[in-house]
Design a protein around this ligand. Structure first.
Ligand SMILES: *[C@@H]1O[C@H](CO)[C@@H](O)[C@H](O)[C@H]1NC(C)=O
Ligand SMILES: *[C@@H]1O[C@H](CO)[C@@H](O)[C@H](O)[C@H]1NC(C)=O
Ligand SMILES: *[C@@H]1O[C@H](CO)[C@@H](O)[C@H](O)[C@H]1NC(C)=O
Ligand SMILES: *[C@@H]1O[C@H](CO)[C@@H](O)[C@H](O)[C@H]1NC(C)=O
Ligand SMILES: *[C@@H]1O[C@H](CO)[C@@H](O)[C@H](O)[C@H]1NC(C)=O
Ligand SMILES: *[C@@H]1O[C@H](CO)[C@@H](O)[C@H](O)[C@H]1NC(C)=O
Ligand SMILES: *[C@@H]1O[C@H](CO)[C@@H](O)[C@H](O)[C@H]1NC(C)=O
Ligand SMILES: *[C@@H]1O[C@H](CO)[C@@H](O)[C@H](O)[C@H]1NC(C)=O
Ligand SMILES: *[C@@H]1O[C@H](CO)[C@@H](O)[C@H](O)[C@H]1NC(C)=O
Ligand SMILES: *[C@@H]1O[C@H](CO)[C@@H](O)[C@H](O)[C@H]1NC(C)=O
Ligand SMILES: *[C@@H]1O[C@H](CO)[C@@H](O)[C@H](O)[C@H]1NC(C)=O
Ligand SMILES: *[C@@H]1O[C@H](CO)[C@@H](O)[C@H](O)[C@H]1NC(C)=O
Length: 408
């Protein structure tokens, strides 16, 4: 049946190319370079500049652990825009204006994401952070008060990654004697899907940040952690929280939800920026499906939010930050009553994408596509095959009748 199998193939091709088109938006790749503490010959503080050059535009990511760990994202319409850091000013008590992207006229959009605090609480009875009684909270870890190791030695130019690893400075119970909290940053040159769970789909316009709690001693039984994230949006812009159903396929088994913070000033086709994550975290470095923790997020708080007193966001946005920018904050907690407690493995990792433009969106995977093609295609094939057989039989009958007629 050459006709019907050809038809089936072209359906497959059609769906396949649809998948490729939908799964690989953006087109243009970026040339990414990493620079550690540009203009400073010291590794006592950490500032990582990720420069991602595209066609007629550049995305600058500035990650720093000076104060609370912060990512700045600056989009310029020039391939030669550059980051300038005035270190004297940056390390002074009034850092406003210490970080600039030049030429100033090329900057079209900028935003910041600040990782401010880590909460630890007894979550034995509930996975809902807001339902936990205040007596069940341990003293909060303020990430601006952490001491961070040199990022320089973790720089990997091949993988385009680096790790900010820190310990609490005031640590009366010695929880950080063997452990640390880290932010592992990865930049991308093109659209693809991570090989590791939760297999986030990324574009060249995004970077990944992994929040890792590794061997930090829990301060009690049934300990759970939560992370507070603060975003800064320029005047006029505002972040909104969206939830998307995810497709349960071989890439992300059992994960049904993707959440994202997007700027509502965006056009539906191309938004300025996003923070996107899957509602899952993992209790193992080599995450497997069974190591997943449920991750839960809470309403975005927009009223009267302020930034931690120390963050490179102040150095970039300057004095106008409070009056001209909108600040929003969100909590994300890890683990539920059904999951094993943190103390069992002493490890927690959660990943998110920070990026410019439209957030990546999952489409059907090739396997699901193939199943759909088979499921939809089989009846068609049967129908075609069936009518073919009917035709053959009829033709044979006619021939036989004709032969009989002939004989007669
Ligand atoms: C990435 O950014 C460029 C502009 O620099 C834009 O044209 C493109 O559509 C963006 N891609 C995605 C997937 O958002
Ligand atoms: C950086 O500092 C070290 C010691 O303080 C010095 O030996 C080295 O030459 C300096 N490098 C540069 C590029 O200034
Ligand atoms: C970072 O590491 C490189 C090589 O490992 C070294 O040459 C450079 O001086 C280091 N930079 C700082 C600021 O320590
Ligand atoms: C980049 O800019 C140049 C000069 O302004 C223009 O000719 C070219 O078409 C632009 N390329 C893209 C991909 O926008
Ligand atoms: C850096 O900042 C200091 C303190 O604000 C200022 O005195 C100095 O001129 C600045 N340096 C440059 C190169 O702008
Ligand atoms: C959990 O619930 C039990 C029974 O209601 C109670 O005894 C215990 O104190 C609760 N623990 C926490 C941390 O709330
Ligand atoms: C850098 O990353 C590449 C690719 O992931 C890896 O093969 C390599 O071992 C890494 N290098 C270092 C120094 O960790
Ligand atoms: C740190 O590790 C050592 C050796 O593995 C262990 O004896 C000690 O109890 C650990 N301390 C904490 C606070 O976990
Ligand atoms: C944790 O649980 C163990 C046994 O389940 C108990 O012996 C220990 O006292 C508990 N620790 C705390 C801090 O409640
Ligand atoms: C959104 O796009 C439309 C046309 O595509 C344009 O007219 C409008 O100005 C854009 N709005 C913003 C906020 O960029
Ligand atoms: C925000 O601050 C204003 C003035 O300080 C106050 O009137 C208002 O009640 C606050 N709103 C919230 C939600 O705390
Ligand atoms: C996060 O949760 C903590 C503890 O309940 C609370 O103090 C804080 O205000 C919350 N932050 C946000 C942004 O909801």
């Amino acid at each position: 049946m050459p006709g019907s199998s050809g038809g089936c193939l072209s359906v497959l091709c059609l769906l396949g190319s649809f998948y490729l088109l939908a799964g690989d938006p953006g087109g243009c790749c970026r040339k990414v370079s990493l620079q550690y503490n540009p203009g400073l010959n010291s590794s006592s503080v950490n500032l990582l500049h990720v420069r991602a050059v595209g066609c007629n535009n550049t995305l600058h990511y500035v990650w720093s652990s000076i104060g609370a760990p912060t990512a700045l994202l600056v989009y310029t319409d020039s391939e030669s825009s550059a980051l300038r850091v005035n270190w004297t000013k940056l390390l002074s008590p009034s850092p406003a204006g210490a970080i600039v992207v030049e030429p100033a006229g090329s900057v079209l959009y900028s935003t910041a994401v600040v990782f401010s605090r880590v909460f630890e609480y007894n979550g034995a009875n509930t996975s809902d952070l807001t339902a936990v009684h205040e007596d069940n909270f341990y003293p909060t870890y303020d990430l601006a008060d952490f001491s961070w190791e040199s990022v320089n030695r973790t720089l990997n130019e091949t993988a385009l990654s680096a790790t900010f690893q820190g310990v609490s400075v005031s640590d009366p119970k010695g929880a950080f004697r063997n452990g640390s909290i880290s932010f592992r940053v990865t930049a991308y040159e093109e659209s693809s899907r991570d090989t590791l769970l939760p297999r986030l789909l990324h574009t060249a316009n995004s970077s990944k940040v992994e929040f890792i709690v590794n061997r930090v001693a829990p301060r009690g039984n049934g300990s759970r952690f939560a992370l507070e994230i603060i975003t800064v949006e320029e005047k006029g812009g505002r972040k909104t929280l969206e939830s998307l159903r995810s497709i349960n396929d071989e890439y992300t088994p059992t994960i049904f939800e993707v959440a994202q913070l997007v700027s509502d000033a965006r056009n539906d086709s191309a938004g300025p920026s996003f923070l996107q994550w899957k509602a899952t975290a993992y209790s193992s470095q080599n995450a497997m499906r069974e190591d997943s923790y449920h991750c839960r997020y809470y309403p975005l708080q927009t009223a009267n939010r302020t930034l931690p007193r120390l963050s490179i966001a102040h150095a970039y946005f300057g004095e106008a930050l409070a009056s001209q920018h909108s600040v929003a904050a969100i909590n994300i907690s890890f683990g539920s009553e059904d999951n094993e407690a943190y103390e069992e493995k002493g490890y927690l990792s959660w990943s998110a994408l920070i990026g410019f433009g439209t957030p990546p969106k999952d489409t059907f995977s090739p396997l699901v596509m193939a199943i759909m093609v088979v499921a939809l295609g089989t009846p068609v094939v049967l129908l075609v095959a069936g009518s073919f057989v009917v035709l053959l039989v009829q033709k044979k009958r006619l021939e036989e009748m004709a032969a009989k007629d002939h004989l007669a």
